[in-house]
Design a binder for this molecule. Structure first.
Ligand SMILES: [Zn+2]
Length: 83
């Protein structure tokens, strides 16, 4: 599928709705843009622990999903209880 879109004055482009739908991208999703061999590759950011694309919280260059974040909170709590 090749689709042409025009960059606006600030370098933004619109991903057409049918493409977003086909990819399952929703408003608010975090999309990572990678430069690979002089081409841009767009892909959803994933949790660095489990690979989930849902309920992400950005942390520095990575992201973590709510499930893993809650798990870390539980682990930290257990450490405090044991220590
Ligand atoms: Zn996760």
């Amino acid at each position: 599928m090749d689709i042409s879109v025009r960059l606006d004055e600030q370098g933004r482009l619109i991903v057409p709705a049918n493409v977003r739908g086909a990819l399952g991208w929703n408003s608010g999703d975090i999309i990572t843009v990678s430069l690979k061999e002089n081409r841009l590759v767009f892909h959803p950011r994933k949790c660095f622990l489990c690979g989930s694309e849902d309920n992400l919280t950005p942390i520095t260059a990575d992201a973590i999903c709510k499930t893993c974040l809650d798990g870390l909170g539980g682990a930290a709590h257990e450490e405090r209880s044991a220590g």
